[in-house]
Design a binder for this molecule. Sequence first.
Ligand code: CTP
Length: 400
Amino acid sequence: MLAGKNVLLGVTGGIAAYKTTFLVRLLIQQGANVKVIMTLSSKEFVTPLTLSTLSQNPVYFDFIDEKDGELRWNNHVEHAKWADLLILAPLTSNTLAKMVSGACDNLLLATYMSSNCPVFVAPAMDLDMYAHQSTKQNLAELTKRGVHVIQAESGFLASGLEGEGRMAEPQTIVDRVHTQLRAEALLYGKKVLISAGPTREAFDPVRFLSNYSTGLMGYELALRAYELGAEVIVVSGPVEPITLPHSVRRIAVESAEQMYTQVMNHFDGVDFFISSAAVADYTFSEVHPQKLKKEENTLVLTLQRTKDILRELSSRKKQQRVIGFALETDSDLSKPLAKLQSKSLDAIVYNTLSDAGAGFGTDTNKATVFFADQSQIEIPLQSKRSMASALWTHFSDKWL
Ligand code: CTP
């Protein structure tokens, strides 16, 4: 979620400043561009060199500094404009009070005063300072002004006392930032159901009929929907492990019949159903309870049609937007268009194996999206991740 975001980290002078090394690493690992502004006293607790090395950027602490004999003005307004997010961690009682009063006697405070982006603060103080009435009032005042306060945690404090006042752990800070970004995003409050991966149709306890779907496109759509604030359920056939955030519900199924049941169970309350699964069109009429032994030179197994999950659900839709996928082996556009119509879909994402880099087993995809209102959008070859992002942008533009 933080990929490509400009995160400005303000470090103030408390012992918890050492933890910002981990915070910077986490932010960088998430793909954020990180710049650090330190107050002068924070340099006693963590070195600018460490934070500069980890953030891969110069660290700033004064309005003016000297480089190669030249004076350089660190323009607080430019820093503030650069930032998509400002995080002050640790936040001392002193800086907290100045933020509330509007005092502006260092680069960090001037940058804060000039910022228009979301601001997060992670206070860190000793027991009695954190419990002090002025701290409580100042934090309440910042909250009232829209600053996101990440409460201090309980535990051993540098003074030897035990109680509330420890800066939240770096992971907790990052998690809180994620939660907030999701709450401000496009799909917040929306429910999304996605089917993904192949199905397996067994004909005895050790053999099955399946296809080459990896599920990646569906999982990327799920991840992006989650990042955009949606509540997401993925009903997935058997795929190699793909990491999803814990809050994305993943329901594992094997057969088309199981996928049908699970998708059906969750369809009613959702806003979007995206059917990206490669569901088997046929299943075996008979499943042998024991391993089938070879006997004759030829073996005839009878297949019968599975339920068309997408068609069935689309016929029941109320508020749901229902989106199908059509993977073809040729470039005959009448096929996806026929599916769009016959299954009463709101949109169909069509791709063809005749395009290099599209379809199963690749990290990339290329698609044309046909909408029920007869508009269409070309999505050029790109990673499945960025395609998921592009698809949600188009769906939101169309329907939100
Ligand atoms: N689908 C489904 N249930 C099935 C089969 C497919 O929900 N039993 C969904 C897929 O998830 C996809 C779309 O339907 O969104 C694909 O359309 P479909 O007409 O079934 O295409 P194919 O299975 O590729 O079949 P064909 O081209 O032979 O019609």
